[in-house]
Design a protein around this ligand. Structure first.
Ligand code: CA
Length: 380
């Protein structure tokens, strides 16, 4: 079955209430959806990371001409051909999120054409559900730390009542003009509030710190038994990551800002992280993140994918997690996202036991609502 069409649909929704993390403020949700159609009309969906940022042109003018007429089930060969073409065209600055979105769409299409869920095609599922942790607790535009703390505690109650056993806290309050002591205070307050009820915590600084700052926060986190310390440093400070991992007992996690097996190989070779977090929509798609997870498995490093997009990226991540032998844990974003809530007729839910079911239909096993895609489309 040959590929007949490759399209992109940029989508966007403004947020009712902008929120912040260690990098800056987010005022809208925006993604580039990729739709690949086979000769028989079967359609596969994929998603490129974050702001559209020119990926639509890359997919339509560079990648699409390469794919049209090719075997729609040849995910491995097509990945290599697209990767080669992007590297040839862009050298050191290739847009791997474009490759990722196309790869996810091809896996969805291949699964539908073969009548099998993606996790079957990845080697078979080890589980039919995955425990989820709640991402949220972003910064509000508040005047005092006290207001931020009480907003976080209130939000955490909602996650715990919804069944989550693990929560991730955003730190890096330098964005609001406060130092690392404010982050330590916020972490301590949430820890005190939820851990007596058997709830565990991760912290995520979104690259906000220098090595000395990260050491101070990391040592405070160790005392509290924090599950992991995510993105303490900018992604290109690989030496800093290796230093922190060597010095801290709390596991250092990172990877959402890294791409390709070669990038993760370098991080692993330097023992820069104790938890690897590739994102299917930016690190190279399902094809490459499975390879990254396999390398991590060989090196005894947990691979817990980063997930922050639409239900398409969520579904792709669930299929991958189902097919990994160990350490399955799903990142489940709970912050405001109208696209996530309405793109599928049957949306993903966290069950009372804190798990999310792995889809078992062909391909990604989801049904994208085309009317909702039109509603969020910026193509008008
Ligand atoms: Ca993160």
């Amino acid at each position: 079955m040959r590929i007949s069409r490759v399209e992109t649909i940029p989508i966007k929704q403004e947020l009712e209430r902008p929120f912040g993390n260690g990098q800056g403020w987010t005022a809208s949700r925006q993604y580039l959806i990729v739709r690949v159609t086979a000769e028989d009309g079967t359609v596969g969906y994929g998603e490129c990371w974050g702001p559209v940022a020119g990926n639509d042109r890359v997919v339509e003018s560079v990648i699409s001409p390469l794919l049209i007429g090719q075997d729609a089930t040849a995910t491995g060969r097509l990945w290599e051909q697209v990767h080669f073409k992007l590297r040839w065209a862009f050298h050191s600055f290739a847009p791997y999120s474009a490759l990722s979105g196309v790869d996810i769409a091809l896996w969805d299409l291949k699964g539908k054409l073969m009548g099998r869920p993606v996790h079957d095609l990845l080697g078979g599922a080890f589980r039919d559900s995955v425990p989820a942790y709640a991402t949220g607790h972003y910064f509000r535009k508040v005047d005092t730390l006290k207001e931020q703390v009480s907003a976080v505690l209130e939000e955490a109650e909602d996650h715990v009542e919804s069944g989550f056993k693990t929560l991730k806290l955003k730190i890096g309050l330098g964005l609001l003009g406060w130092g690392v002591e404010a982050d330590i205070e916020l972490m301590g307050a949430l820890h005190e509030s939820v851990t007596p009820r058997g709830v565990s915590l991760m912290i995520d600084a979104n690259c906000a710190y220098s090595v000395p700052e990260a050491l101070r926060v990391g040592r405070a986190a160790e005392k509290l038994g924090i599950v992991w310390f995510e993105e303490p440093l900018p992604p290109d400070d690989m030496d800093g990551y290796a230093q922190l991992t060597a010095k801290l007992d709390v596991p250092v996690a990172a990877g959402e800002s890294w791409a390709l097996l070669s990038g993760f190989h370098e991080a692993f070779r330097r023992r820069a992280v104790s938890v690897a977090q590739p994102d299917v929509s930016s690190a190279g798609g399902i094809t490459e993140v499975k390879r990254i997870a396999d390398l991590a498995h060989a090196l005894n490093i947990p691979c817990i994918p980063h997930v922050w997009g639409t239900p398409i990226a969520l579904a792709a991540s669930l299929h991958l997690l189902a097919a990994l032998p160990r350490h399955a844990l799903l990142e489940f974003d709970r912050s405001e996202n109208g696209i996530r809530e309405s793109l599928l007729a049957d949306k993903f839910r966290v069950r009372d036991d804190g798990t999310v079911a792995v889809p078992d239909g062909p391909g990604l096993g989801i049904e994208v609502d085309e009317e909702q895609l039109d509603r969020f489309s910026t193509l008008a």
